[in-house]
Design a protein around this ligand. Structure first.
Ligand code: HDD
Length: 722
């Protein structure tokens, strides 16, 4: 009571002299916030929440030591008693272990790391994490596929999520992006329709994590805004080699805002410093069955082996008045800005070097939102982005049951939180301030209001305005759905174009409805008559006549995957096919390759010393390159069967590796295996007597990654069906 009285009198005093009193000045609040302990590093921060079980007694949830392996019963053969709180607590906790999986992007993997700014970018943005050279900000990234459920295979053909949380010293900032710079639809109100069409059918829950079914292609072909993203997904972008080998994009146009309120339009682009690389479709399908965890394993192993992957953060910057200058609308998320029109400007580098400690606590509970922005970044009127700003908050409430999900360790900002949001399920904070409203005088106006000029407040770009008639319409500047997929297709190498066409052939061949197949051809034909014809022929259908409204021969840079050499081969996987009868050369080859930071597996008939994997489980999907060691050649002869592995397995590993475009080869006598298996001597096939020379060849081969001349093209014959 006394306290309240005291506060009241303070309040009265303050009311009388607010303007003059320095104590009531909002700067004081800022000062107070700045005085809070400096943000600890990510590692230290989460450590406070870690639980070690070493040298401890088991306890109940409320701390009493106990044992939990026998329920309390009325006699050894009697019923279990309700009074057994240990039993009830354990079972109840188990029954509630699951939270709803993400309605999209359910399957994913995450990692912690650090973002380092290349410089002071205050001329572009007041975002504090970009305010000085060398400034470090902890990050957490979650990569994902979109359509599959939590247990689906990593290698399903899909758009891939690339969501980054920056724990900045001015609050959390999320870029919730994908590995493809465009999206299927233009208005968020259609998102449930898109997702319903792509997800398994509601009657039989099939197919899992796949778009090769009628409803998906019915939607795609009825909603032509999907065509552009579809083309990217059908190309190598849908089946990346790993999360490490893909770029990330913010997709929408956002705004940068400077301290004095000046704005620019921007697009975010993470460029992988491992280089872009993709699987081929058959390989991805087999890998999905052999190792559903391939991508999360790759990320985890790369970090655990000291080969932390990195990405460079770039922006494309465009003046506000040029939103329509490129022949499309920058508010339309189905369009990307070709790099020739707005070059990439590098801002900093992110390295992911810490694996999560607990998948559920970190990767599953992380709650990204495009609405998590910081001072210096603002939204645009992109109607897809506008809808996302609602959906992510809503979905987190569904998943976590309370708005206090922001207080979970993985979601907690690394700065102190001061506001009047209170209570709710699972409240973690003990708020000491009883004056939980604003304006107030009883707490001297604290927490005080920050704004653009005072307290480095979060602010909306001052130049933004909105006022027009209410409509349920999109601008006519969103109407062209076909020119950019054509630009994308034109810019791919012939073999990538072939892969894209083969992917559509595969998917469309699963469509049962003739009408849907015809609709697909109509849309493809608006992009390219060549594409429509090649798909139609494989479907045994007639292609529509050319419809050249959107046809053009423009190309752009930077969209090809296979036209690049990888800048690093670190943490790529090499399989040495060996025999337990002579492991010496395989062992020394492994040591030599490991010096190149490669992850090397020696395969043998049994797990003898020096063998990492047996032929019974090995297959080409596990390796980026395959070498036959001397002594193993005998295993490749067809007459040599063994009960230790399926007949022909060694040859199959080698041949599949060759067929899927990987570098393959033999050392010394091992080279004979290539001949007996029928691997021809073409680029990317290395046979050497000398291990050093062989390693040199393989290093180049791995950087090339896929030898694409091994894949037949339609253009190789007049009609590929002959
Ligand atoms: Fe979304 C998750 C990316 C459009 C609604 N989205 C989610 C994740 C990523 C994206 C990477 C997973 C985040 C994580 O790892 O936890 N989404 C995108 C991109 C889009 C996009 C790049 C287009 C530019 N999304 C989009 C729309 C809506 C949603 C239009 C709804 C109107 N997305 C969601 C969601 C999810 C989600 C339902 C599911 C789980 C979650 O949010 O946290 O709210």
């Amino acid at each position: 009571m006394h306290t309240v009285k005291a506060l009241l009198s303070w309040g009265l005093l303050l009311q009388l002299s607010t303007a003059a009193c320095p104590f009531a000045h909002p700067e004081a609040a800022v000062h107070q916030r700045r005085d809070d302990k400096p943000a600890p590093t990510e590692d230290e921060f989460l450590k406070k929440f870690e639980v070690e079980d070493g040298e401890s007694w088991m306890t109940s949830d409320v701390g009493g030591p106990m044992g939990d392996q026998r329920s309390l019963r009325a006699g050894q053969r009697g019923p279990t008693l309700l009074e057994d709180f240990i039993f009830r607590q354990k079972l109840q906790h188990f029954d509630h272990e699951r939270i709803p999986e993400r309605v999209v992007h359910a399957r994913g993997a995450g990692a912690h790391g650090t973002f380092t700014s290349y410089g002071d970018f205050s001329n572009l943005t007041s975002a504090s994490f970009l305010s000085e050279e060398g400034k470090k900000t902890p990050v957490f990234v979650r990569f994902s596929t979109v359509a599959g459920s939590r247990g689906s295979a990593d290698t399903a053909r899909d758009v891939h999520g690339f969501a980054t949380r920056f724990y900045t010293d001015e609050g959390n900032f999320d870029i919730v992006g994908n590995n493809i710079p465009v999206f299927f639809i233009q208005d968020a109100i259609q998102f449930p329709d898109l997702v319903h069409s792509v997800k398994p059918s509601p009657d039989n829950e099939m197919p899992q994590a796949a778009t090769a079914h009628d409803s998906a292609w019915d939607f795609f072909s009825s909603q032509p805004s999907t065509m552009h993203t579809l083309f990217w997904a059908m190309a190598g972008f849908g089946i990346p080699r790993s999360y490490r080998h893909m770029d990330g994009f913010g997709v929408h146009t956002f705004r940068f805002v400077t301290d004095d309120g000046k704005t620019k339009l921007i697009k975010w682009h993470w460029k992988t410093l491992q280089g872009k690389a993709s699987l081929v479709w058959e390989e991805a399908q087999v890998l999905g069955g052999k190792n559903a965890d391939a991508h999360r394993q790759d990320l985890f192993d790369a970090i655990a082996s000291g080969n932390a992957p990195s990405w460079e953060l770039n922006v494309q910057v465009v003046d506000e008045d040029r939103a329509l200058a490129f022949g499309f609308d920058l508010l339309d998320p189905t369009k990307f800005i070709p790099e020739e029109l707005a070059p990439l400007q590098p801002l900093g580098k992110m390295t992911l070097d810490i694996n999560p400690t607990n998948y559920f606590a970190e990767t599953e509970q992380v709650a990204f939102q495009p609405g998590h922005i910081v001072r210096g970044v603002d939204f645009t009127e992109d109607p897809l982005l506008q809808g996302r700003l609602y959906s992510y908050l809503d979905t987190q409430l569904n998943r976590h049951g309370s708005p206090n999900f922001e207080q979970l360790p993985i979601n907690m900002p690394r700065v102190a939180i001061h506001n009047n949001n209170r209570d709710g399920f699972g409240q973690m904070f003990i708020h000491k301030n009883p004056i939980h409203y604003n304006p107030n005088t009883l707490n001297n106006g604290f927490p005080a209001q920050a704004n653009q000029t005072t307290g480095r407040g979060f602010f909306t770009a001052p130049g933004r305005k909105a006022s027009w008639y209410l409509v349920r319409e999109l601008s006519a500047t969103f109407d062209d759905h076909w020119s950019q997929p054509r630009l994308f297709f034109n810019s791919l190498t012939p073999v990538e174009q072939q892969f894209l066409i083969n992917a559509i052939r595969f998917e469309a061949s699963h469509i049962k409805s003739e009408q849907v197949k015809r609709n697909v051809l109509v849309q493809l034909n608006r992009i390219s008559n060549d594409v429509a014809k090649r798909v139609a022929e494989a479907l045994g259908m007639e292609a529509p006549a050319p419809e050249d409204t959107y046809y053009h021969n423009n190309v752009t840079q930077g969209v090809s995957i296979f036209n690049n050499t990888l800048p690093t081969i670190a943490a790529l996987r090499v399989g040495i096919l060996a025999s337990v009868k002579s492991l010496d050369e395989a062992t020394s080859l492994k040591e030599r390759l490991a010096k190149e930071k490669l992850l090397v597996t020696v395969v043998g008939e049994s797990l003898a010393e020096g063998v990492d994997q047996t032929y019974s489980s090995a297959d080409a999907t596990g390796f980026d390159a395959i070498i036959v060691a001397p002594g193993a050649e005998e295993l490749f002869k067809t007459e040599n069967t063994s009960p230790l592995f399926p007949t022909g397995r060694p040859g199959q590993v080698l041949l599949d590796g060759y067929r899927w475009g990987k570098p393959v080869g033999g050392l010394g006598a091992g080279s004979a295996a290539l001949e007996s298996t029928g691997v021809p001597s073409t680029p990317g096939v290395y046979t050497e007597e000398d291990a050093e020379k062989l390693v040199g060849g393989f290093k180049q081969g791995l950087a090339t990654f896929k030898f694409t001349d091994r894949f037949p093209l339609d253009s190789d014959s007049d009609s590929y069906l002959n």
